[in-house]
Design a protein around this ligand. Structure first.
Ligand SMILES: *[C@@H]1O[C@H](CO)[C@@H](O)[C@H](O)[C@H]1NC(C)=O
Ligand SMILES: *[C@@H]1O[C@H](CO)[C@@H](O)[C@H](O)[C@H]1NC(C)=O
Ligand SMILES: *[C@@H]1O[C@H](CO)[C@@H](O)[C@H](O)[C@H]1NC(C)=O
Length: 236
């Protein structure tokens, strides 16, 4: 079996186990039902049909049932959109390496450990979307890249400190992000090709951070159809 297939298999198994465990034992600590707190504005969303009096907006369809960060679409152009994100909190882990897939798998397992209870309160935390990875490319052909993978922390959750010293809590400020979306099971070469497409769509005059980019994945390996992936460039 290839490394990549093994990676998907491990993800699938861990994802399934986590869902079974949280449903069977009610281990989730997310305080979901406080409507006053749960004011999520997504410009792409519709009003929540089940509760028309609530201010709550449905999350974008590509977040499915998972909590994901709040944003508004500032600009919708051919090949990309410009989003404004509110400040967000994340749990993160760094891996240096050559291969995206290997690094992302290593970091994923640490972060998955954190949400499965490897934290000071031994609490289980519900999965969110997206899983983002900041990629700082190495300075030459055989130089290690610096990957920082992060899971979104829902505003409903007060995140406990991680037990694993390689896992840390982080945050992103309010920010403008150039986003290019694409479907399918993304491979390392797909991410790179889409990042080049985004740079081409933005042209030479757009101002954004060029030292790194983010990949954002929204789906479990079980999601076969309508998979959603994004490349993010941080606007300056
Ligand atoms: C952006 O434009 C595309 C087509 O040009 C449309 O399909 C999509 O719904 C638009 N997105 C938003 C957020 O308006
Ligand atoms: C990766 O980047 C982070 C943040 O910039 C830095 O703290 C860390 O030392 C880097 N790791 C490596 C291996 O370069
Ligand atoms: C970029 O900016 C320069 C200088 O303002 C302008 O001459 C050029 O046409 C712009 N290029 C694009 C692709 O907008």
């Amino acid at each position: 079996m290839s490394t990549k297939n093994l990676w998907f298999l491990m993800l699938a198994v861990t994802y399934l186990l986590s869902n079974v465990a949280s449903e069977a034992f009610g281990l989730s600590r997310v305080r979901r039902n406080d409507k006053q707190l749960n004011v999520l504005h997504f410009s792409q969303g519709r009003m929540n049909a089940k509760d028309p009096t609530s201010l709550r907006h449905e999350r974008p369809a590509f977040c499915r049932d998972l909590d994901c960060p709040e944003f508004t679409v500032v600009k919708n152009e051919t090949g990309y959109e410009l989003r404004e994100y509110m400040p967000t909190h994340w749990v993160s882990s760094n891996v240096a390496g050559l291969s995206y897939d290997t690094a992302v798998y290593q970091a994923f397992m640490r972060l998955f450990g954190y949400i499965s209870g490897e934290n000071e309160k031994k609490e289980k935390i519900t999965m969110t979307a997206p899983v983002i990875t900041r990629v700082i490319p190495g300075q030459g052909p055989a130089c290690e890249n610096n990957f920082t993978e992060s899971f979104f922390i829902s505003p409903q959750v007060d995140p406990p400190s991680p037990s694993n010293p390689k896992v840390f809590l982080s945050s992103l400020p309010k920010m403008l992000v150039y986003v290019r979306s694409f479907p399918g099971f993304a491979t390392e070469s797909d991410w790179l090709a889409q990042a080049r497409e985004l740079a081409a769509a933005l042209g030479p005059n757009a101002t954004y951070i060029k030292d790194y980019f983010y990949t954002a994945g929204y789906d479990s390996p079980f999601q076969i159809f309508n998979r959603h992936n994004e490349i993010w460039f941080i606007a300056q």
